[in-house]
Ligand binder design. Structure first.
Ligand SMILES: *[C@@H]1O[C@H](CO)[C@@H](O)[C@H](O)[C@H]1NC(C)=O
Ligand SMILES: *[C@@H]1O[C@H](CO)[C@@H](O)[C@H](O)[C@H]1NC(C)=O
Ligand SMILES: [Zn+2]
Length: 416
C-alpha cells in the first residue's frame, strides 16, 4: 500500500523537521505573550531625525505605516516587544559642539512618540513601570543616552538628563570623552588617554550609581569595562554588544570580562549587527543564537539579553531583518534546549533584575550628597567655551600661538 507509506513518510518528516520548528515557534509566541522582550538598544529616534528632522506630524513619519526602517508599530507588535530602550544617539561629531542640544531634541522626540501613540507606547522610568506596561499590553519606552559626549563633561547635565527620564548612559560612543576611553583605543585607531576612567570619570560613575541611572559599557575600551565592573556599586549592562570569542571585534565582550559580568550580576544584551556577529558582511539567525549560547556558557543564562541595534546598523542576519523577528530567535533558543526559565530571563527577567538592583543602590545612597566638583577647565577643549564659575582663568581672552589676544567667539569661528 504505497499510499500508506507516503503518509507515514510525511508524518515522520513532519515530526522530525518542519513540525518541530512549528512547535518551537508556537511555544515562543506563547512565552512572549506572557513575557515580551525588553530590547537594550534601538535607534529609531536617529532615523526620525535623519529622515524627518523629527517632524512626527509628516504623513510619511506616521509610525503605524513607517517604511524603510527596521522598526514601526505593526512590526513591534508582531515581534512581541514589551520594553525598548530608545537610543537618543547623537554622533561624536557633535562633541564640544551642539551635543547637549541635539541630545535634548532626541529625548524630546521619544517623549512625543509616547504622546502621539499612547495606545502603543508608554514612557516609563522604573522597573515597576515596565511591568505595568507589560500588563496593559504597551511598549514600555525608556531612554538611553549613547555616549558620554552627550553630557559635555557636566554632572549638572547628567542629573538633568535623569530628570528627563534617561535611565542608561553608554559611557562613550566611538570616541574618547574628556573622562573615558572608547573601544577604538583597542584597535590603535585612537590613543588610550585615561586607561579606563579619569578621576572625573569615576565621579560620573558614582553619580550614576547615586541617581539610579544604569551604566552601559557598549562602545567602551576593555580597560574601561574592567575599571567600571570593579568600581560600580550596581550591576551594569552592555546594551548592544556580542561575544569577542566568536567574532573578535573590539565592540564585543571578551571572555574574562564575561566572567566579571557574571560575578557582578551584570548583563550582555547581544547585538545582531552582522559585523559584530560574524565579523563579515553576512550572518544568520543561528549565528546570533551562537552568541547567546556563548554568553550563557561563559557567564550563565542570567547574564544574557537582547540588544538588536535595529535602525542603527545596515547589515542584519537572515531571519532577523526587523523587530518582528524576535520570536524566531526565541524559537531557535528553544530548539537548542534553552528552558522556559532561561528564555524568560533573557527576554525580560535579567534586565528587570539589573534595573531593580540599580534602584536599590539608589535607595541605599539616599542621603549621599550630589557630586559637585566640576571637571578641571584644562581637561576641556577650550575652543568656543566660556569659563564662568572657574576662577583664575581669563575667559575674555585666550592666547594662541601667535601671542595675539582674541575673543573666544572669534576664535570659535576661526577654528571650527
Ligand atoms: C497614522 O495613521 C493612522 C492610519 O492612517 C491614523 O489613524 C493615525 O491617526 C495616524 N497617526 C498620526 C499620529 O499621524
Ligand atoms: C536537546 O535535547 C534533546 C533531548 O534531550 C537531544 O536529543 C538534543 O540533541 C538536544 N539538542 C541540542 C541542540 O542540544
Ligand atoms: Zn551603538
Amino acid at each position: 500500500m504505497p499510499g500508506r507509506n507516503v503518509l507515514a513518510l510525511v508524518l515522520a518528516l513532519c515530526l522530525l523537521l518542519p513540525c518541530a520548528g512549528q512547535h518551537h515557534q508556537e511555544m515562543a509566541e506563547r512565552i512572549m505573550t506572557d513575557t515580551p522582550v525588553i530590547d537594550g538598544h534601538n535607534d529609531l529616534p536617529w532615523q526620525l531625525l535623519k529622515r524627518f528632522n523629527n517632524q512626527l506630524g509628516l504623513p510619511d513619519a506616521n509610525l503605524t505605516q513607517l517604511e524603510g526602517t527596521h522598526t514601526n508599530i505593526p512590526k513591534l507588535r508582531s515581534g512581541h516587544v514589551g520594553g525598548q530602550f530608545w537610543s537618543v544617539y547623537v554622533p561624536c561629531e557633535t562633541q564640544n559642539k551642539d551635543a547637549v542640544k541635539r541630545t535634548l531634541e532626541q529625548i524630546d522626540v521619544v517623549h512625543r512618540m509616547c504622546e502621539l501613540y499612547p495606545e502603543t507606547f508608554t514612557c516609563v522610568v522604573d522597573s515597576d513601570g515596565i511591568q505595568n506596561a507589560f500588563a496593559s499590553g504597551k511598549v514600555a519606552s525608556l531612554i538611553g543616552v549613547e555616549g558620554g559626549h552627550s553630557i559635555d563633561s557636566s554632572l549638572g547635565v547628567l542629573r538633568t538628563f535623569y530628570h528627563l527620564g534617561v535611565r542608561y548612559m553608554t559611557l562613550t560612543h566611538s570616541c574618547n570623552t574628556p573622562w573615558a576611553d572608547n573601544w577604538l583605543v583597542d584597535t590603535e585607531e585612537e590613543q588610550p588617554v585615561h586607561h579606563g576612567l579619569s578621576s572625573f570619570g569615576e565621579m560620573v560613575l558614582e553619580e550614576m550609581n547615586r541617581l539610579g541611572m544604569i551604566v552601559d559599557l557598549a562602545h567602551v575600551s576593555e580597560e574601561t569595562m574592567k575599571v567600571v565592573l570593579r568600581l560600580s556599586k550596581a550591576p551594569v549592562i552592555f546594551s548592544h554588544s556580542s561575544a569577542f570569542q566568536l567574532c573578535p571585534h573590539r565592540r564585543n565582550v571578551p571572555n574574562d570580562v564575561l566572567r566579571l559580568v557574571a560575578s557582578t550580576g551584570s548583563l550582555v544584551m547581544v547585538n545582531f549587527y552582522n559585523a559584530y556577529v560574524t565579523c563579515s558582511a553576512t550572518a544568520t539567525l543561528a549565528d546570533v543564537a551562537d552568541h547567546m549560547d556563548h554568553v550563557k556558557k561563559v557567564a550563565g543564562y542570567e547574564s544574557v539579553g537582547f540588544g538588536g541595534d535595529y535602525d542603527g546598523v545596515t547589515g542584519l542576519p537572515t531571519g532577523l531583518e526587523d523587530v518582528s523577528t524576535y520570536p524566531a530567535l526565541v524559537a531557535e533558543l528553544l530548539a537548542r534546549n534553552w528552558t522556559e526559565v532561561e528564555v524568560k530571563a533573557a527576554l525580560a527577567g535579567n534586565l528587570l533584575r539589573v534595573f531593580r538592583k540599580v534602584e536599590e543602590v539608589k535607595t541605599s545612597l539616599r542621603g549621599t550628597a550630589p557630586r559637585e566638583t566640576p571637571i578641571a577647565f584644562e581637561e576641556l577643549e577650550r575652543t568656543c567655551r566660556t569659563s564662568y564659575g572657574y576662577t583664575n582663568i581669563a575667559d575674555t581672552a585666550w592666547i594662541p600661538r601667535a601671542g595675539l589676544l582674541l575673543a573666544p567667539a572669534l576664535l570659535c569661528s576661526l577654528l571650527s
